[in-house]
Every structure is written in structure tokens, then in C-alpha cells.
Design a protein around this ligand. Structure first.
Ligand SMILES: Cc1ncc(COP(=O)(O)O)c(C=O)c1O
Length: 405
């Protein structure tokens, strides 16, 4: 091990910028007091441009899966028909949650590695009308595929205007453009440990007017996850239950950093890191798992060639300080994943590619040293990036005043 901290290249939780780590260590405050109210207001308003909405956003203390559960129980009633479009294991999870609460779920399973086809959604909704909701995954973290949500939502709206469109963007939102209002999406879920550069513990959910209206008629049981109480409390600058204050501090700081960098620069940085990851892995001889037309901007999945055992490969990579993710579910031992979301820089991706190159050479593969790093660098440079901050911008006076150190 030749470094203090590993280069954590899993698709969340992500490594935290220094100021976010410091924020998480601050003293507790009264979550019913004015400092918390100011902070909650900054977070909910600060997230709206990333959701692409002017609607209310709710913040819940729970994992991303809790956010998916909230999406289901707040919009549906037992017996409601749901079309669950699944392109991987998180799509399967969303469908499973709906089924557990009594929805009548029809799955539209897409081959793993591919994105969902808007035409298939159109056909599913027209051939069998009456769906109350369609479930979509924006970024399928298990396969490294990003679904074209705008086109899928348009297909659903066109063919079945009354069907709600619920989107899992736990690992996409904040890293890539998303326009909830303009695309006609009814509910979007995201998680603090992904693009928001904070620790796990919070799920943020935005809903359209239709989505909020559905919370009034949905009959599925709920208490802690009842979005109505979260919305009502948020209007008073509070959460209905004691929130994970340490993570709230971090998300507040993460959003401040994202706004300081600028939304478009955040997106361009993710684009550049994704391009570098894809080019570097390809140059190393790994076939990419995802259809290139819909490759994720936050995680890249690559096939492990036959005879390339994940465990020793991973151990060797870890010994050089890089932490990758293996495959999930049926992809265990078949693929590995390199995460590039949140506070990631192109330099960190080049570092990971350099380590992969070194391990490949150590394992006797014929690799010309520097080739994969050069390919990754060139790919990142080809993406128009504005200056990428390498250090965290300092908190403003207003921010410092709002939350006691
Ligand atoms: C697309 C997607 N959905 C849902 C989840 C579940 O989030 P959590 O692990 O916080 O429950 C994840 C986590 O990786 C995810 O990537």
C-alpha cells in the first residue's frame, strides 16, 4: 500500500471532499431550531435545479432503497397495476418493493447491459392499458447503463397520459442533466452517498403536482415514509422525525460545492471522467459491458475475460490502493465496476487506470506501459471541460454563520 487513503472507485458511497468531511464532524444542533431550518431550506432549494423542478422536494433519513419504498407507498394502492421496466438489479428491486406492498406488477425486462427502448414501453402501455404507474431506473448501477429517461417518459406520456412515471435516480441525479418538470416525470428519488458528495443516510425525493396529488389518494400503508408529513414539516423548516444531522451538514456542504463549481461544470466533469474510464479500460483490453450508446456517466462496467478471476485481480488492485466494485447478482464474478461520481476528478480516474495497467503487467499480460493512461487522458481531454477545481472552495461567511462550527 503506497498511500494513506484508497482511491475509492466504487459507485457509492463516494469519497468525501475535505470540507464535507469537516462538516460532518460539527457539533449537533437543535433540529427544531432556526439553524436547521436555514440549512434544510438551502438543501431543498439547492437541489431543485439538479432535479429540474420548481416543485417541493422532501428529504428523508433513510437509504436510497427507503426512498424507493417511499415512492411506491406514497403514490400507489394495493392492486394498482404497475409496469416495472427493469434493466438490472436496481430495477428488479424497485419492482420487488411495489409487489411486496400489493401492487400488481408486470415486468418489462431488458437484457442487462442495454437501456430500455421507448418503443417497447409504448407497446407495453398500449397493448395492455390501465397501468397506474411505470417504474424506471435512470442510472442502473449494476450494469453501468443510463436510461434515456426523457424519451422513455415521453413514450409513456404519449401512450398513457394518466400513468404516473416514477424514477429511481439514486445514482444519477446531480451528476448528469435531469429535467423532471420538462420531461413530465412524476417522482424522482436520489441518495446522499452518490453525486451529492456526502455520506449515506439521506434520500431526497421530488414529485410533480400529479405526484403530490397521488400522495393524497394512495392507500398503501405508511407512517415514517409518508411524504405528506415530510412536506408539511419542511414547510416549517423541519423534518417529521429526528434527521441524520451529520449527513445533513454534509449534503449542505456538498451542494454548496456543486453550486460553486457550476451545474454544467459538474456535468462536464462527470462526462470527462466517464470518457476516461471507458477509454482506459478499453485500451487495457476489457470489453465494456454497457451498450456504448447508453453508457453511464457515473459508473463503468467491464467484462472480466474468461480465466480472469475477480478475487485475485481485486486483491492485487486493492494492494495498490484502488477499490473497485465487483458485479452484483447474476453478474457476480463476471464484471467489475469503476465508479466515477461525486467528488471525482479525471486525475483519480487516470490513477485507477494506471493501477489497472500495472496489475495487468504484473500478471503477465502484454501491456505497453502508459498506453491505457494515455488513452484515458486523451478521451478526457476530448470532452470540453471547464476548469475542474481540485480543492474545495471555502465556505462563504453566510454559510459559516448559518451553521455553528
Ligand atoms: C440505482 C440505485 N437504486 C437504488 C439504490 C439503493 O440505494 P441504497 O443502497 O442507499 O439503499 C442504489 C444503490 O447503489 C442504486 O445505485
Amino acid at each position: 500500500m503506497d498511500r494513506f487513503e484508497p482511491n475509492l472507485r466504487i459507485p457509492g458511497p463516494t469519497a468525501l471532499p475535505p470540507s464535507v468531511r469537516e462538516a460532518g464532524g460539527r457539533q449537533m444542533i437543535n433540529h427544531r431550531g432556526p439553524e436547521f431550518a436555514a440549512m434544510l431550506g438551502r438543501i431543498l432549494d439547492g437541489m431543485k435545479p439538479f432535479f429540474g423542478t420548481t416543485q417541493d422536494v422532501a428529504m428523508l433519513t433513510c437509504a436510497g432503497s427507503g426512498g424507493l419504498e417511499a415512492a411506491v407507498v406514497n403514490t400507489l394502492s394495493p392492486g394498482d397495476r404497475v409496469l416495472a421496466v427493469s434493466i438490472g438489479s436496481f430495477g428488479d428491486r424497485f419492482a420487488k418493493i411495489a409487489g411486496i406492498y400489493g401492487a400488481d406488477v408486470t415486468k418489462l425486462d431488458v437484457e442487462w447491459g442495454q437501456a430500455a427502448d421507448p418503443q417497447a414501453v409504448r407497446e407495453a402501455l398500449t397493448s395492455d392499458p390501465g397501468y397506474r404507474a411505470v417504474l424506471l431506473t435512470h442510472n442502473e448501477t449494476s450494469t453501468g447503463v443510463m436510461n434515456p429517461i426523457r424519451d422513455l417518459a415521453a413514450a409513456a406520456r404519449e401512450t398513457s397520459p394518466d400513468t404516473l412515471i416514477l424514477v429511481d435516480s439514486v445514482s444519477g441525479l446531480g451528476a448528469v442533466p435531469f429535467e423532471m418538470d420538462a420531461w413530465g416525470v412524476d417522482l424522482v428519488v436520489t441518495g446522499s452517498q452518490k453525486a451529492w458528495m456526502a455520506a449515506p443516510g439521506l434520500a431526497m425525493i421530488a414529485a410533480s403536482e400529479r405526484g403530490w396529488a397521488a400522495t393524497e389518494t394512495a392507500k398503501m400503508p405508511r407512517f415514517y415514509l409518508d411524504l405528506r408529513s415530510h412536506r408539511e414539516s419542511a414547510a416549517l423548516g423541519q423534518t417529521p422525525f429526528t434527521p441524520a444531522i451529520g449527513v445533513v451538514y454534509q449534503v449542505d456542504e456538498g451542494i454548496r460545492l456543486m453550486h460553486a463549481e457550476g451545474k454544467d461544470n459538474v456535468f462536464a466533469r462527470h462526462e470527462a471522467c466517464a470518457a476516461a474510464a471507458r477509454a482506459g479500460l478499453t485500451a487495457l483490453g476489457f470489453a465494456l459491458f454497457a451498450d456504448p450508446a447508453n453508457a453511464s456517466k457515473t459508473v463503468t462496467a467491464a467484462n472480466l475475460p474468461a480465466g480472469h478471476d475477480w478475487k485475485p485481480f481485486n486483491t492485487a488492485i486493492k494492494s495498490h490502493g484502488v477499490v473497485l466494485a465487483g458485479g452484483q447478482g447474476k453478474l457476480t464474478g463476471k464484471i467489475f465496476r469503476l465508479g466515477h461520481l461525486g467528488s471525482v476528478t479525471v486525475g483519480e480516474i487516470l490513477d485507477a487506470i494506471a493501477v489497472l495497467e500495472r496489475v495487468a503487467a504484473e500478471q503477465g499480460r502484454r501491456i505497453e506501459p502508459g498506453t491505457a493512461v494515455a488513452a484515458a487522458q486523451a478521451a478526457a481531454l476530448a470532452v470540453q471541460t471547464a476548469a475542474v477545481p481540485t480543492t474545495s472552495p471555502a465556505p462563504s461567511e453566510a454559510d459559516r454563520a448559518a451553521v455553528p462550527a
